[in-house]
Design a protein around this ligand. Structure first.
Ligand code: FAD
Ligand code: NAG
Ligand code: NAG
Ligand code: NAG
Ligand code: NAG
Ligand code: NAG
Ligand code: NAG
Ligand code: NAG
Ligand code: NAG
Length: 530
């Protein structure tokens, strides 16, 4: 490889190829890189949606480069435990719910559309089906759940008003407090309810989350589509629908899909993008769409040449990447009640310490599987991910013994959890919107740098953190690039360029909550759709 002479730009030999609107290259590399019109970096749902959008626009000259040996990204499943016949169950390490399905006549979540199209097996996840526990066993503190819900109903329009009036954001903690929800730091039952009602979704505390965008994201998903979430139990895995999408425009062994390709360097210019991988191969493209997680961008797992501009780097580091870890267990019996989906636990000293047991050993899930899992977030997730399986297992058995004092809690017969915070292709689970970060800041996360586009869960202002957010963003990037390649007849001002702000002023006028900025829902705020 002739790659020692960086920085490439210093040579001043980047030129557009005559005739074609694409492929710039360094002279001494000529012929060594694969050439394509659009390089899609990552084969998660955003990448596959981008490829589908290009295909839909009759643009078939693209390559998809993927780190792993499969498509799906954070829709990642593994075998776990044993069925009675000795074969393993399949559980989702990553995304697990289709969130917000859709009401008849209303808009439908595209993930739900795909789930129906490809017969994905799911079960209604009933968040009201929750029992409350503390260190002495079952204890009914469900009135606190009601208190939270009452406050939330007041907080939600208040957050909407801040957005509409372009007023300063608050923390979700402040917004909820003003609406009447003020959990005391020593009231561990209230803290457990606070975790369940906020952290369980955003994987950060209300203190760390934007009031406006935290409420808006839940709102847009559950009000715009529906407040039903379905839990994916399909033994083919959640990524079955992503493979299904891909099957509509690619063959099973399509040469355009390059698996096991670890991208290390991305060189972007106004004429094109060159991508280098660990195995020494490279791809030259007229445009590229980077769908890497915010965690990958934050951890410098890939080198951008030239360095990303300061406005982009600021956005990358201002938004936050959560870690949400599911710890799977199988036992030789189901010793917890079989008529309850969720078991909330208030630890006496530590908020978020193994706060939620979720049962899969029931009708609609994996009946009689004796499988359940604990969910931990943020600091408690980092902690669990840092320590050994054995330590975590012992801690959880002790918690379960507190929760169910009338049974002798057995050792799990199978035990497994991912280490999301150190997975080199993810570095965390999904993004969150911190307090005081405006839509303009988010547009900087979303904006292109020359011919390099960014898409994925984190670039969706209305659905960050969700599968459908990634789908919408992949589609948007694919469509915009297809339009640019087609000469942008429809609207030349918006062509081939997303808006960014060199100077952030901490505000965003209502008119900016628009379709071109990724705000896909308009009905609540009277902004423009397309
Ligand atoms: C534990 C967990 C629970 C979740 N729960 C839900 C849920 O219930 N419902 C929901 O809607 N969403 C959920 N999500 C979020 C959802 O999984 C994501 O929003 C979505 O999968 C993101 O898709 P994406 O295409 O943006 O990114 P990804 O799926 O991360 O795709 C990016 C791809 O880029 C690849 N890549 C990264 N680095 C490189 C590199 N250097 N070279 C080449 N390729 C690279 C990755 O391997 C990956 O395949 C959850 C996520 C996690 C992790
Ligand atoms: C591609 O077109 C099909 C058929 O119109 C549509 O169902 C699908 O949503 C489109 N996909 C994208 C990503 O735009
Ligand atoms: C959800 O659970 C609650 C309480 O457990 C129950 O009252 C309600 O009927 C359930 N909803 C559905 C749709 O099953
Ligand atoms: C949430 O939705 C409600 C309507 O159901 C609306 O009144 C409120 O303004 C919205 N809030 C946000 C922050 O989106
Ligand atoms: C990739 O970037 C690294 C770090 O900046 C650099 O050392 C390496 O030479 C680059 N490789 C290529 C292929 O450009
Ligand atoms: C779950 O436990 C019950 C009771 O011990 C047992 O009969 C059943 O076989 C177990 N299920 C599996 C999948 O092992
Ligand atoms: C809770 O959910 C389980 C499993 O879906 C169901 O069997 C049970 O009836 C539900 N409980 C209530 C009170 O709705
Ligand atoms: C499960 O294992 C425990 C020992 O860990 C044992 O006491 C119990 O009887 C077993 N239960 C069943 C149903 O086999
Ligand atoms: C084109 O897009 C720009 C930027 O989004 C917008 O301001 C402008 O009104 C659009 N023009 C037309 C003719 O649609």
């Amino acid at each position: 490889m002739l790659l020692r002479h960086l920085p490439l730009l210093a040579f001043g030999i980047w030129t557009a190829q005559p005739g074609a609107a694409y492929v710039s290259q360094r002279r001494d590399e000529e012929g060594t890189c694969k050439k394509t019109t659009v390089a899609i970096l990552g084969a998660g749902i955003a990448g596959i949606a981008a490829a589908e959008a290009l295909s839909n626009a009759s643009m078939s000259d693209f390559l998809i480069l993927e780190y792993r040996d499969r498509i799906g990204g954070r829709a990642w499943h593994e075998n776990f435990g044993k069925k009675e016949d000795g074969s393993p169950y399949v559980v989702e390490m990553g995304a697990n719910w289709v969130q917000g399905l859709g009401n008849p006549g209303g808009p439908e979540n595209p993930i739900w559309t795909l789930a129906k199209e490809f017969g994905l097996q799911t079960t209604y996840s009933n968040y009201s089906n929750v029992s409350t526990y503390n260190e002495h066993g079952y204890k009914d503190y469900s009135h606190l759940l009601d208190q939270f819900d009452e406050a939330y109903d007041i907080a939600s329009p208040a957050a909407g008003q801040l957005l509409v009036d372009n007023l300063q954001d608050q923390t979700a903690k402040a917004g909820l407090a003003l609406a009447g929800w003020k959990p005391k730091s020593h009231d561990m039952e209230a803290q457990a309810v606070d975790w369940w009602s906020w952290d369980f979704e955003s994987a950060y505390t209300p203190q760390e989350s934007s009031f406006i965008f935290g409420v808006a994201s839940g709102n847009l998903t559950s009000n715009q589509f529906s407040d039903h979430d379905n839990f994916v139990t399909d033994q083919r895995g959640f990524n079955h629908i992503i493979k299904g999408m891909a099957s509509k425009f690619m063959k099973e062994e399509d040469p355009r899909l390059l698996l096991n390709t670890i991208i290390t360097n991305i060189t972007y210019t106004p004429e094109g993008v060159t991508i280098h991988s660990k195995d020494g191969t490279c791809v030259q493209a007229a445009y590229a769409i980077c769908t890497f997680s915010l965690g990958v961008l934050q951890n410098d797992a890939v080198t951008f040449i030239p360095e990303l501009p300061e406005w982009k780097q600021t956005a990358i580091h201002m938004f936050t990447m959560a870690t949400y870890t599911k710890i799977f267990m199988q036992f030789n019996q189901t010793f917890w009640p079989t008529d309850t989906q969720y078991f909330l636990y208030a630890d006496p000293t530590t908020r978020g310490y193994y706060p939620l047991l979720q049962s899969l050993s029931m009708d609609g899930f994996h009946p009689n599987s004796n499988i359940s899992f604990m969910t931990v977030t943020e600091e408690m997730a980092y902690r669990a991910e840092r320590q050994s399986d054995e330590t975590t297992k012992n801690e959880i058995v002790a918690v379960l013994q507190n929760m169910f004092p009338d049974v002798a809690v057995p050792e799990p017969t199978a035990f497994m959890y991912p280490r999301w915070s150190t997975e080199p292709w993810a570095y965390g689970t999904y993004s969150n919107w911190p307090m005081g970060t405006t839509l303009e800041m988010h547009q900087n996360l979303r904006a292109n740098t020359d011919r390099l586009w960014f898409a994925g869960e984190a670039t969706s202002p209305s659905y960050f953190g969700f599968m459908h957010g990634a789908w919408f963003e992949g589609r948007a990037a694919g469509r915009e690039i297809a339009a640019a390649l087609g000469g942008c007849k429809r609207n030349s001002t918006a062509c081939g360029k997303r808006k960014h702000y060199d100077d952030l002023r901490g505000t965003t006028p209502l008119a900016d909550y628009s379709f071109v900025n990724g705000w896909t829902a308009s009905s609540f705020y009277d902004s423009n759709d397309d």
